[in-house]
Design a protein around this ligand. Sequence first.
Ligand code: SF4
Ligand code: SF4
Length: 488
Amino acid sequence: MSESSSEQGFSRRQFLKASGATSAVLGGAGVGLFGYAAGRDPNSYLGWQTYEGVNQYFNRSKWSVEEATYERVGPTSRPDARTENIFSRRGRLFRQYRERNPAKPEDLDDELLRAHYEKYPEDWELDVINMKEIMPKQRADDEEYGDRFYLSEAWSGAMMAVSPDRISEPPEVSDFPQAGRHGDPTEPLKMKSPELTAKLIKKIAHELGSTLVGIAKLNPDWVYLHPLRGRGFENVDEPLEVPKHWEYAIVVGTPMSWDPLYANPTYGTSMDAYARSRIVSARLAAFIKGLGYAARTHMPGNSYDLMVPPICVDAGIGEQGRHSVVITPELGCNFRPAIVTTNLPMKTDKPIDFGVQDFCKHCKICADNCPSGAITTGDKVDVRGYHRYLLNSSKCNNFWNSTLGSMGCRLCIAVCPYTRKANWLHRTALKVTTNDPTGLSGKVLTGLQESFYPGPDPQDYYIPSLGGQNATYREPPWWLKTEDFIDM
Ligand code: SF4
Ligand code: SF4
């Protein structure tokens, strides 16, 4: 130490220390900023491919014109859907053919059709060719060569299933293909192997919009002892005997919109992911029926015959956390699942263990932030023969029923350190914690989250009349700020 430097009160050692600390702070800040930027990157919004329409919707302003590019040249009129809509006209003509065999337009007793064909003789020619030649030949060739299109027919049938069928018959009826519906075959198609079938089903589930998909043998322990209403069971007091054809369970899952999720309670909603997963499962069930096998959807809000989380665990989707929600490597717990039970033989997935049980032992962030105290900070207990964390669903539901906006809560999902968008920081943290047998990195990460990303006091999430301040975990996204768009 030189005298002059010590006189100035700043030794070389101190200088080095200070520089090191400054670098660490700057480095940390850099990583933080980089991480923040990565989190804002639209590509980190893991989920369905068209999320936010980012990079898909071209900027149209440079092509903007005053006049549309169709040309208006004279007096306009509206089309007559009865004859100028091709499906409607050909349907009318088909009915005429069923009743009579018209050789020329004059033979038709449908005056509208007759008038149309007199005005447009070419339509008559083309419609007759379609009816008398093309369609019979198509049917004949379909018999001979149509097999190769089984999958495309099932796929198309799945796309038609835009809203889930109401279940009004018992599973022995409702779960099976019905002849005539979307061309369902009456006999199961012969699949080449369970491995290939699993590969196909997963690809179809992703194509239908599912982010997650896994397959498990259905453990009867997860099926309700008595059925819920509205699922085709006449008497809900009669025990539900697990149907033999509920052999496999396919889990599909989609995330809730990220930014509203972080702004719970209660700018977020489960309904977005509910709806997506419902549609995926309805379509997947229709696809499976299109292969001639039984399929039944179990979907949110409350249309289930079984408990979903343990089936997600069996299917390798994730592990159940302290808050009882399933945590996945990709989406954390930000997803809403639906299930299709089926007798379609498939290779099943194995459960996964990426360290959640150990992590949850020490991390109690969800329990500490839960406004209702529904999540235990204690140990697992035995429930119906399984050792698990027990959620107090009555406390949770009481809080749900007290909230405003889109209602519900989902805070435990938002605060869980696993629920992060797919940026490099999250992926790195995941890699580090899953490969660290000491559990130390998990503790460090939990500590960092608690220090740098604290939430409001749990009591503040309550409505004012229950002593709170309508607090949210994070700011709502701009497009949900009512006050910026609507005069109040
Ligand atoms: S949803 Fe809210 S009230 Fe319910 S357990 Fe999670 S944090 Fe607690
Ligand atoms: S917040 Fe922590 S304790 Fe709760 S489920 Fe997530 S990882 Fe487990």
